[in-house]
Design a protein around this ligand. Structure first.
Ligand code: FAD
Ligand code: MLT
Ligand code: ZN
Length: 478
């Protein structure tokens, strides 16, 4: 009998034998989305309630076994899959997917952590409300994962990150106790705000089991435009105009480099990407959400685009005539990460820099990369409205992708992150740290900040059972 058999027995009695997976192909839980690492789980455990989560945590802690919380496993930084030891339990929240309550007067919804983002969006829309968090992974990622990573997405320019959308949490802590903080209050100054510790903690402090989230009225109209711009400077100028002309109506502002768009054309030829023949270095997708009417939204958009064409920061633009057209314009932007994955293994940088400094950052870093690694292909796109670029690097044409990845740390990451520091930016805007960027965190965060983060981790999870080795290194041995 394996040393873990008593634990497996306790887990089976907590969640039912059918929900403790130990055999067969467990790749869906063991391999990360980017196929960077393939771990080995002792078991994948699928509780159906908060009390079951608490029992699972207690059993694991008593057995000295660590836990990797997992939602949709769409994370970008290898944070939701087990290591290769075969001794970690993957705690999948997928069965906890219920919307518990929707409070129309309070403009809040309370939902279980395993609810898929798209399913929550749809439920809210059917009730006449907008839950504005949105990203290309929304068909698979879960609210727990969104909170665990403090995910961003395409509507942050108006509504903020997941953190800004969350009013309360229910958490099973590292001792297996349930903390019910599902207050739905917009004002509550009763000491430390524990919710903010768990948001963005990447499963290292406890398991989020439910959340109370903010809702918004559905806009009367949502219009999407796609614009060709002559430079990144011009895209930043357009963003300034969009803030001025649309004000709070500006709900999306995404930039896409020409090479990134070319990958969509190459891998998804059925998509029609506007302005390809113009060969402009960048295009922008922007969205105007209006609470009056479609006519009002269109008139506002026309005034903005007229001003932008006059100033020369837009060379040409199309405004979607229907929801279907709007969806296909957004689909182009959202297909970039998938097209890049199809093109082969690549090096991702999820960075943020003050919007005003982005053009200079890209100009200098593009030149430095070209000098250090001639022919490296830059897949540059992202949430320009938030100062967040996915400044990714793909192997030169015809270069072996595995061999290319040997250059990941030096010269590529070293060069990009040195520039991020010089421009006062962040090495992780929205994807988090996981295990991929753990060493980077130590290099780029101040010693005082790291020491306070370690103090929080050891206070809340003294035995280091919650997603150990992720985000934060507690000792040099780890
Ligand atoms: P997982 O990948 O399962 O987990 C992510 C982290 O959260 C892990 O550390 C895990 O341990 C922890 N975690 C999961 N559930 C819980 C829980 N219940 N309690 C505590 N910790 C938990 N991200 C963005 O920010 N913006 C984007 O625009 C965006 N676009 C994407 C597009 C594509 C095509 C893909 C594949 C990914 C994209 N992502 C984006 C990344 C990813 O979808 C987000 O990070 C998402 O929030 C992860 O949710 P998940 O449920 O898949 O979490
Ligand atoms: C995106 O904005 O498309 C996502 O963050 C995913 C990615 O960059 O790969
Ligand atoms: Zn992104």
């Amino acid at each position: 009998m394996s040393a873990f058999e008593p634990l497996l027995q306790s887990l089976r009695s907590a969640v039912g034998a059918a929900n403790v997976l130990t055999e067969g192909n467990l790749s869906a839980w063991e391999q990360d989305w980017r196929k960077r690492e393939h771990g080995k789980a002792l078991a994948v455990v699928r509780p159906a309630s908060t009390l079951e989560v608490a029992e699972v945590v207690k059993a694991c802690v008593a057995a000295g076994v660590s836990i990797v919380p997992q939602g949709g496993n769409t994370g970008m930084v290898v944070g939701s899959t087990p290591d290769t030891s075969g001794t970690q339990v993957v705690l999948s929240l997928q069965r906890m997917n219920q919307v518990r309550t929707l409070d129309a007067a309070n403009l809040t919804v309370t939902v279980e952590a395993g609810c898929v983002l798209q399913s929550l969006q749809e439920t809210c829309e059917q009730a006449g409300f907008l839950f504005p968090l949105s990203m290309a992974s929304e068909g698979s990622c879960t609210i727990g994962g969104n909170l665990g990573t403090n995910a961003g997405g395409t509507q942050v320019v108006r509504y903020g990150n997941t953190r800004e959308l969350c009013l309360g949490l229910e958490v099973v802590n590292a001792q297996g106790e349930v903390w019910n903080g599902l207050t739905g209050l917009r004002k509550d100054n009763t000491g430390y705000d524990l919710r903010h510790l768990f948001i963005g903690s990447e499963g290292t402090l406890g398991v989020i089991t439910a959340a109370t989230l903010r809702l918004y009225p559905l806009p009367a109209s949502q219009l999407t435009a796609f614009a060709a711009v002559p430079s990144l400077e011009a895209a930043v100028e357009l963003l300034g105009l969009a803030h001025r002309f649309l004000s709070a109506g500006l709900t999306g502002f995404e930039v896409m480099g020409q090479f990134a768009l070319g990958l969509v054309v190459k891998h998804f030829p059925q998509q029609r990407v506007p302005f390809q023949s113009m060969g402009t270095p960048y295009c922008v997708v922007l969205e105007n959400s209006d609470h009056e009417s479609e006519g009002h939204a269109r008139a506002q958009f026309e005034r903005l685009l007229e001003a932008a064409l006059d100033s020369g920061c837009v060379l040409d633009a199309v405004v979607a005539e229907s929801m279907a057209q709007a969806r296909s314009l957004w689909h182009i932007r959202e297909s970039i990460p998938l097209a890049q994955a199809q093109e082969g293994l690549n090096i991702k940088h999820d960075i943020s820099i003050a919007v005003s400094r982005i053009p200079a950052f890209v100009r200098e870093t593009d030149a430095a990369l070209e000098q250090a690694f001639p022919g490296a292909r830059l897949v540059n796109y992202g949430h320009l409205g938030d100062g967040n670029l996915h400044y990714n690097v793909q192997a030169p044409q015809g270069f072996d992708a595995e061999a290319f990845l040997k250059n990941q740390e030096k010269p590529i990451n070293a060069l990009v992150y040195e520039a991020v520091d010089r421009f006062g930016g962040s090495i992780s805007a929205e994807h988090g740290i996981g295990s991929l960027k753990r060493e980077k965190l130590e290099q780029h965060k101040s010693p005082v900040a790291l020491q306070m983060m370690r103090a929080i981790k050891t206070a809340l999870d003294p035995h280091n059972r919650m997603n150990p080795g992720r985000m934060l290194r507690l000792s040099a041995a780890e």
